[in-house]
Unconditional design. Structure first.
Length: 387
């Protein structure tokens, strides 16, 4: 629950256009169509946005757009996305105290992606800056392990299949690396105490899994699935095991699963009373800084455009869509883009950082799967995203 609200696909013919740097800085990636530096007549594939959108740190993007952006006046074009300008409120790191409740009496930075200082430290954007990008280390095989957590409502997380894939082009599922089934009878399984309005209402068992021979320093996708009567598939992108985070050849990953009930109720709460169109899907996740700390007041966009893009409230015990929120992510750093056709999807984010200005908080190319949730948490540019 702490990293997200945290089978073949139908391939659509989507328009792809080159899209380069967007802040007016002339770089080699600006030479093709799709950037904001335009000399009339406007070449095909340009987004028509302002020549200088003021977004810093998006110079390294030079990919192909899923859909050609056509930004309106006032919007910021960055990494093939049209984003609302950030609010006057500057981006802030979330303190661990925001996650303290009966269910989670001792929140920690490693599990809750929060700042454990008495006051939040400055937002770390160094990994988006030239000369400070994350670097790729030598790949080695490790064992990933952990429990399967349930976002929101749902029964015991037992017999949930956890499968790891290498990430292919445009978010395709690549080679399967390994798979395991979570078991609530395992000695390392967990029991979660459930609360409502401060009162204990029951317990939920969370199964344990482990998968050997998973490569580090490699873009991976983690797919979780279970009994279709109770669960919806989740595809978690931007899973990248850095060698520095491995201990004793093992790396902990708290997998997630979403109930069918929440797959229906969350879109309804967000303003889609009919729910997600059958055959379509959704993308959701969080925005973190370079220290992997959740951020508030960050604007997110998705392409193709969803029917609804929503942020969530500040309550970690009961994260719900906040339909009135227009100033970006809350303390939870959560966003969700609902009802998108299957196929590639672009995600990008921008925010106003105190003392720095409007900056890009990254982008990612993933894939929407029919009747499933795609999870994309932005947490710094990956080495594979840097040319």
């Amino acid at each position: 629950m702490r990293d997200l609200f945290r089978a073949g696909s139908v391939v659509l013919a989507l328009l792809a256009a080159s899209c380069g740097d967007d802040d007016g800085t002339i770089t080699p990636s600006d030479s093709g169509p799709g950037n904001d530096v335009v000399t009339p007549p406007t070449p095909p594939g340009t987004d028509g946005g302002p020549e200088d959108n003021g977004v810093q740190f998006d110079e390294t993007f030079s990919g192909e757009c899923v859909e050609n952006p056509r930004c309106s006046a006032g919007e910021l074009e960055s990494a093939c996305l049209c984003l609302p300008p950030p609010p006057e409120s500057t981006v802030a790191r979330t303190r661990c105290s925001a996650f303290q409740n009966e269910e989670n009496p001792s929140p920690t930075p490693s599990r809750d992606f929060c700042d454990d200082g008495s006051t939040p430290g400055p937002v770390n954007v160094s990994c988006y800056m030239p000369g400070s990008y994350f670097e790729t280390g030598p790949s080695m095989n490790v064992t990933i392990f952990g429990i399967v957590d349930v976002f929101g409502n749902g029964g015991d997380a037992n017999d949930i299949e956890v499968t790891v894939y290498r990430e292919g082009p445009d978010g395709d599922l690549g080679e399967m690396v390994g798979t395991a089934t979570a078991d609530t009878a395992h000695p390392m399984a967990e029991t979660e105490i459930l609360y409502e309005d401060g009162e204990q209402t029951g317990e939920r068992n969370l199964g344990y899994y482990e998968i050997a021979n998973v490569p580090t320093e490699t873009p991976l996708i983690v797919h979780t699935s279970g009994n279709l009567e109770f669960w919806k598939d989740l595809y978690t992108y931007n899973t990248f095991i850095r060698n520095a985070t491995v201990e004793g050849g093992r790396w902990e990953f708290r997998a997630r699963i979403l109930s069918r009930a929440d797959y229906r109720s969350i879109p309804s709460t967000a303003g889609l009373p009919a729910g997600i169109t059958i055959g379509n899907g959704a993308v959701a996740g969080e925005v973190h800084d370079c220290d992997d700390v959740r951020l508030s007041y960050v604007q997110v966009a998705a392409s193709p455009s969803p029917q609804v893009l929503t942020y969530f409230n500040d309550n970690p015990a009961n994260p719900l869509p906040d339909v009135g929120r227009r100033d970006g992510t809350s303390l939870l750093g959560l966003y969700s883009a609902l009802d998108i056709p299957p196929g590639p999807v672009d995600i990008a984010a921008v925010g106003n950082v105190d003392g720095v200005g409007v900056v890009s908080f990254g982008w990612y190319r993933a894939r929407i799967f029919p009747n499933a949730i795609t999870v994309v948490t932005l947490r710094g540019l990956r080495p594979s995203q840097i040319e």
